[in-house]
Design a protein around this ligand. Structure first.
Ligand SMILES: [Zn+2]
Length: 567
């Protein structure tokens, strides 16, 4: 008996007679009906005109429900009402950062296979760090500096978007849009027609020569409107009266939020025109209008590139970076992040209306998910008596001390980032030391440090099959040649924050970071929900299934289309 179908039907139909009739029919014909519900056949006519992949950077699962009573009817609540919600969607690896998150959603696999192990990693051969989408072989378009020297080259597998381009023999188009380069580039894949990201220096949307030689006219025209400067000419007041936020957020004036540069407190209203004079076009990224210009670019792309309007299914990926910027600055209990989500929700409603009117209500499939969640600010946890602590780089000092005590040398660690120690192979060799011995000293120094749950060498993770638990998540998050030699795991209450001590961060394998929304909506998607545990890497094979095409080449996820029928 297919309970989902019954619930889906009951939700959509008020008439008990029809509901009962359906119940009886479905008892007898359940298998027949089951096969009739999802995408029915494989002809072009049954496919959506457009697949829209929305990633909300740093959206925790609980934001869907904590703010529910303050959301409008047409945004997130429309998706929850009319779409299919996978309540228990988790990241199966560490570290839960933006680059790995976007890559995993679209490749259907984990960093151990797609290679995007962090936002930055250290390359021993070059003796320098590598940024996730850095590509020194290409120049920027619309910008001169390193902001434009970007491509998906570091991602080692294909994406959902790549596979669809291959399947259609490149008749389809893929466009990726996000304020962050990595949020635009990784989802759009290797074969994208374009990825556009935001340059905070000039206030313009840019791309790289990986995609094209010149910005299209519509992007040039949009840039010429200088929307970022316009939006920063108003104060940031709360959307609803301040007292309405009392059910979802702490007081406005708390010490554990990060004030804007030049302000001593983090309280509404924010004088954006004053801040804009100091911070320029970057400021918009940390205000709700960062979402506004992202939606605007997505709509411009939809119209000017005629996405979904050319007789073949196209793909549009849109990542909203602003929730992450505001989340880091103010934390998940702040009025600022709540206000950002309320405004995002209303703008999402407007965006859905544009998709409806351009493609028809049944013309598209959309999914909404996130690249990671976020931890509570340590100061907040302190204030409510929940254990919490910060790793601000003291661990590095402790390890250096231990190595100095043992070997009398302070050059044995080459780099420390993402809670990973990169040993200095040259120094180890020239001192006639054995690398495993040095690694063991590092592991032991870490293990005795407050806040550390455990530490293992890269070798342990490469040579052991950890299926479950945190060690399994670590193993799925590393790659030989990119990851460090010793990998540290902190307690759930400890955050690694080396760049600021206020606000918060993410990156762990714990639920606050790994559990995110996944809502599927649109053509042939029934209204419904499942509480079965699924993984973020299941999104790509599920969409592949809906389109009746192959999976990305490194796929290790599972299509969850069957869960839309029964669970
Ligand atoms: Zn972040």
């Amino acid at each position: 008996m297919d309970t989902t179908i019954v619930r889906i039907f009951a939700k959509n139909d008020q008439h008990m007679f029809r509901y009962t009739k359906f119940l009886i029919v479905s008892l007898f014909l359940s298998s027949c009906l089951t096969s009739a519900l999802p995408v029915e056949a494989s002809g072009d006519n049954d496919r959506p005109k457009l697949v829209v992949g929305i990633v909300v950077d740093q959206m925790r699962y609980d934001y869907l429900y904590r703010y529910e009573h303050l959301y409008g009817n047409d945004g997130l609540k429309r998706l929850l009402r009319e779409g299919f919600h996978f309540h228990n969607t988790d990241y199966p690896y560490v570290p839960t950062y933006t680059g790995p998150g976007h890559a995993s959603i679209f490749t259907g696999t984990t960093p151990s296979i797609h290679g995007i192990i962090a936002n930055n990693w250290y390359v021993k051969d070059d003796k320098q760090k590598m940024y996730v989408t850095q590509d020194n072989s290409v120049e920027g378009v619309g910008v001169g500096g390193k902001e434009g020297r970007m491509s998906p080259a570091n991602m080692l597998t294909t994406t959902l978007t790549d596979e669809w381009r291959l399947f259609t023999n490149f008749r389809s188009k893929t466009i990726g849009i996000a304020l962050k380069d990595r949020g635009a580039i990784l989802p759009a894949g290797h074969t994208a027609n374009a990825a556009y990201w935001y340059d905070g220096g000039s206030g313009k949307w840019i791309t790289s020569k990986y995609y094209m030689d010149e910005l299209p006219e519509w992007v040039v025209n949009y840039n010429a409107k200088k929307q970022p400067a316009k939006y920063m000419q108003q104060a940031w007041e709360t959307l609803l009266p301040l007292e309405d936020y009392a059910t979802v957020a702490t007081d406005d004036d708390v010490t554990f939020e990060m004030p804007f540069t030049g302000m001593s407190r983090s309280t509404f209203p924010y004088p954006l025109p004053v801040l804009y004079k100091k911070l320029g076009n970057s400021l918009i990224k940390n205000t709700p209008w960062g979402n506004t210009i992202t939606f605007e670019m997505a709509i411009e792309a939809l119209h000017h590139e005629e996405l979904g309007q050319r007789g073949v299914t196209d793909m549009l990926t849109v990542s909203f970076s602003t929730p992450d910027y505001i989340g880091h600055q103010f934390g998940p209990r702040s009025i600022e992040i709540a206000d950002q989500y309320l405004r995002f929700d209303r703008e999402l409603g407007d965006f859905l209306r544009v998709l409806d009117s351009t493609l028809g209500k049944e013309g598209y499939v959309l999914f909404l998910t996130a690249d990671h969640g976020a931890a509570d600010a340590v100061g907040f946890s302190d204030s409510v008596k929940i254990p919490a602590g910060l790793e601000k780089g003291e661990l590095f000092d402790a390890v250096e001390d231990a190595l100095k005590k043992t070997y009398g040398r302070d050059d044995l660690i080459e780099d420390y980032r993402n809670l990973q120690f990169y040993l200095n192979d040259d120094a180890i060799r020239s001192a006639d030391l054995i690398k495993d011995d040095v690694a063991k000293i590092v592991v032991n120094a870490c293990r005795t440090f407050p806040g550390v749950l455990f530490a293992h060498t890269l070798e342990v993770y490469l040579n052991t099959e950890f299926a479950e638990g945190l060690r399994g998540k670590n193993a799925r998050g590393i790659m030989d040649g990119r990851s460090g030699d010793v990998i540290v795991t902190l307690h759930p209450s400890y955050l690694e924050m080396t760049w600021q001590i206020k606000g918060t961060t993410h990156g762990t394998g714990y639920s606050y970071d790994t559990r995110v929304p996944w809502i599927l909506y649109g053509k042939n998607v029934p209204a419904g929900e499942t509480f079965e545990a699924v993984e973020i890497i299941d999104i790509a094979p599920t969409i592949s299934n809906m389109l009746r095409m192959g999976n990305p080449n490194g796929n290790s996820g599972v299509s969850r289309l069957p869960l839309m029928l029964k669970h």
